[in-house]
Design a protein around this ligand. Sequence first.
Ligand code: PLP
Length: 422
Amino acid sequence: MEREEVKAFNPYLEYVGEDLHLEGVSLEKLAREFGTPLYVYSASYIRDKIRAYKEAFPDALVCYAVKANFNPHVVAVASSEGAGADIVSGGELLCALKGGIPPERIVYAGVGKTIDEIKLAVEKEILMFNVESREELYVLNKVAGDLGKKARVAIRVNPDVDPKTHPYIATGMKKSKFGVDFETAKEEYKIADSLENLEVVGIHCHIGSQILDVSPYKEAVEKVVSLYKELREEGFNVRFIDIGGGLGIKYRPEDKEPSPKDLADQVLPILKDVEAKVILEPGRSIVGNAGVLLTEVQFVKDKGIKRFFIVDAGMNDLVRPAIYDAYHHIVPVKLNGSSYTVADVVGPICETGDFLAKDRRLREVSRGDILAVLSAGAYGMAMASHYNVRVRPAEVLVEKGNYKLIRKREGYEDLLRPFEGL
Ligand SMILES: *Cc1c(COP(=O)(O)O)cnc(C)c1O
């Protein structure tokens, strides 16, 4: 069953004999060499996904959303395929630049940009700021003026469509903190236009994440295009339409993952008589199924009414199950023919919310076995923390039978470094 299943998540994931491989590299071997918990990403998968976006949207700029996975080596793979970057912080700007993405392909969203972050991005002369409030326009204008520069801006509008996803990652609805109201957006454009250190260049929207049914994009893009036409008629030189990211991925064996082409089929007909350059900001759909999290079974605990597989990856390593009640498929890295059982897969953290799977039908394991948590390439390591004073995992990139460590496992010295004076 696992044998057929895994390929549907990532075509480079396959059992060779009994051993699960990613792009021809044994995951058991990587776990033994680098220790666990360990994130492993497939570079070819990332390349294929960016190419699929570029094929579906031949004239668009694909800006990889760095927040999904900010490792500069991962960014470098995207960059080498010609991708730009969508960033939401100064730190992400530095990771994008380190990964080789030129500033003229970087767009910057975020509701709470600080002066220092804005300064850094103005100095680097990024493609555009996706501005989320009127106050931000004034601050950006001031910072740009102080630096003797002009900042290009798009205004993030809130098209008020329901992306039918988890409420924590629905971002385009009226009640959300993101963007400005669609109805009053023109006011913001007038203000932006009146500020001398700003140049109005685009419209931005991003309706949410993990969107499996692409139909809400149609409504959002229709609204954005109607605003674009009005703005053009009124003389605004808007020339970029940034439709954000959010395409969902397969987390469950039964999920059907929409392709970039499915998205294109929804929105390109609406954009076809529009001269603007289209920008896309995919994150999860580029890296999500590129990655797995390897974790070692520490203990198997039987409590009569429940069995627990206690593993060495906790909510500090992969927090999605704890905060979104997210499902991650889990398979053994070695198919040793053991029978199935039902168990919770839990981490070592002192929280009941610290689980990777609940009441899951899994093969029997014993202490020392390695499990692979699938679909862990996006919002996995990016959300890892030191909770319970644990070091964060290491990361490995594999490509065509080769592998390299792209992030060292932290040590206790890293955890203690910030505390001076004792
Ligand atoms: C998070 C985010 C994205 C990427 O979303 P995915 O669901 O990972 O594709 C794109 N744009 C903005 C503004 C974001 O905040």
